[in-house]
Design a binder for this molecule. Structure first.
Ligand code: LLP
Length: 435
């Protein structure tokens, strides 16, 4: 299972972006996040082209929560994508990277006043309003500043997609958005059209993440357009923007067979066409917010192998020099991965092992994976770690967070420096009375 520019060199080493991963590990240390720039850009282009062919007014907006660094924001800008941010921190990172605010959307189910103010001050394209209370707060800010905030309302269509329950967000039982079923969404539309401090531009929904089944996207489009037609009939407001969120899944193991981006574009374009015909509604501008499916397979993590413990009749444990702190997804979602011994990537995978981290927890990275015979000091590469790894990393056990390098054409550039031990104590304060 190789992605993008990954290949196996003549010496049996795994390569990515024209760089030998074993050399990367030696030069930059491990654990190391590696991002394949060519593959990342190809994913951006595939999204833009696939949707432009079918829905010419479509906007592709990278969900920066999947991976936010200034260099990644710069690449998204160069690839003409818009950017979805969901906190002051993500917005600040984008602005620091010089990302144009007029292509930024602000999300969040509880945006702080400072975040809303920051969004108004920098002039983001849209605030995706998640609750009636936020709508009133934002409208008041807009009114007192003598402006109007351009908003979309996040609406819950009432769909439960097939994915991990922790990342289902389209169903009735969710903290996000305004429900169509309860009347809250209609109330939001009515209120938004009446308040002078906001300008309602469209609607948003995001039904889930890591989804393989495209029918959920089609059903979401249908329900949303039906609702838009109802709002036109009830309140005389014709909204011309429909944001369908993100959610397309990726392959973490060779058993995963996600649909490709062109198939997603086909399904959405057809569903939009059918629904607009059915409800006699003008085709809205479609916005997509992919995160994982842009950056997930462009990333891999390199680790150095530590102790290998064979427990006869039970299993072999292979410890690596990272774990829960650089990849919390197995613990959080039971996520599965695959891996390869990067310095022996051409050898038969004859050794079933459990790959574990080095935290004071049973932090399993992969429950069972067949590797080439692996020894202490080897380099292991875990695939598909571009999305929701660095962005969800922690300092548990006071582990410094890993560095990240961007590789392309044999060149590797650090885009996130490895944290130091000093970084770990930088925010600590020793009160006078303890000195
Ligand atoms: N738009 C909104 C409003 C979202 O909440 C999300 C993800 C996205 C777009 C992007 O979804 P994607 O295309 O990446 O599926 N930490 C979890 C994933 C949480 C997703 C949260 N929202 C994981 O590691 O699987």
């Amino acid at each position: 299972m190789l992605f993008g520019t990954q290949q196996i060199g003549d010496d049996g080493h795994l390569e990515v972006g024209g760089c030998d991963t074993v050399e990367l590990a030696n030069e930059f240390g491990t654990p190391l996040y590696v991002v394949d720039e060519v593959h990342l850009r190809q994913q951006c282009q595939q999204y833009r082209q696939s949707f432009a062919e079918r829905l010419p007014a479509a906007t592709i907006c990278f969900a920066s929560k999947a991976l936010t660094t200034t260099a990644i924001c710069r690449i998204m800008d160069q690839e003409s994508l818009s950017l979805e941010v969901s906190s002051a921190g993500e917005l600040y990172t984008a602005i620091q990277a010089g990302f144009p605010p007029e292509r930024i959307l602000l999300h969040g189910n509880f945006k702080l006043d400072q975040e809303l103010q920051m969004a108004l001050d920098v002039g983001v394209a849209r605030v995706i309003v998640d609750s009636l209370s936020e709508l009133h707060r934002l409208a008041e800010m807009g009114r007192s500043a003598g402006t109007q905030a351009d908003i979309c309302l996040r609406v819950v269509p009432g769909i439960k997609p097939q994915t991990h329950s922790y990342v289902q967000t389209g169903q009735i039982d969710t903290k996000f958005g305004l429900h169509i079923g309860t009347g809250a969404a209609a109330e939001g539309v009515r209120t938004a059209t009446e308040l002078p401090g906001v300008a309602l531009r469209g609607l948003h929904c995001h039904i889930g993440s890591q989804m393989f089944e495209l029918d959920s996207f089609a059903r979401a489009a249908d329900i949303m357009i039906e609702f838009m037609a109802q709002m036109r009939d009830e309140f005389g407001v014709t909204l011309d923007e429909l944001n369908l969120g993100g959610g397309l899944g990726i392959a973490y193991t060779s058993e995963d067979a996600p649909p490709d981006i062109a198939e997603l574009a086909d399904v959405i374009a057809e569903a939009v066409q059918q629904a607009t015909d059915k409800y006699n509604y003008p085709v809205p501008e479609i916005v997509l917010e992919p995160g994982r499916s842009i950056v997930g397979t462009a990333g891999l993590t390199l680790y150095t192998v530590g102790p290998v413990k064979e427990i006869p009749g039970v299993r072999t444990y292979v410890a690596v020099d990272g774990g829960l702190s650089d990849n919390p997804r197995p613990a959080l979602y039971g996520a599965e991965y695959t891996a390869v011994v990067a310095n022996r990537a051409n050898q038969a995978r004859t050794m079933p092992v459990r790959l574990v981290g080095r935290h004071c927890e049973s932090d399993t990275l992969i429950e069972e994976v067949a590797l080439a015979p692996v020894q202490e000091g080897d380099i292991v590469a875990v695939f598909s770690t571009g999305a929701y790894h660095y962005s969800m990393a922690s300092n548990y056990n006071r582990f410094p967070r890993p560095a990240m390098v961007l590789v392309r054409d044999g060149q590797a550039d650090v885009i996130v420096r490895r944290e130091s031990l000093d970084d770990l104590v930088r925010q600590d304060v020793m009160p006078e009375r303890l000195r």
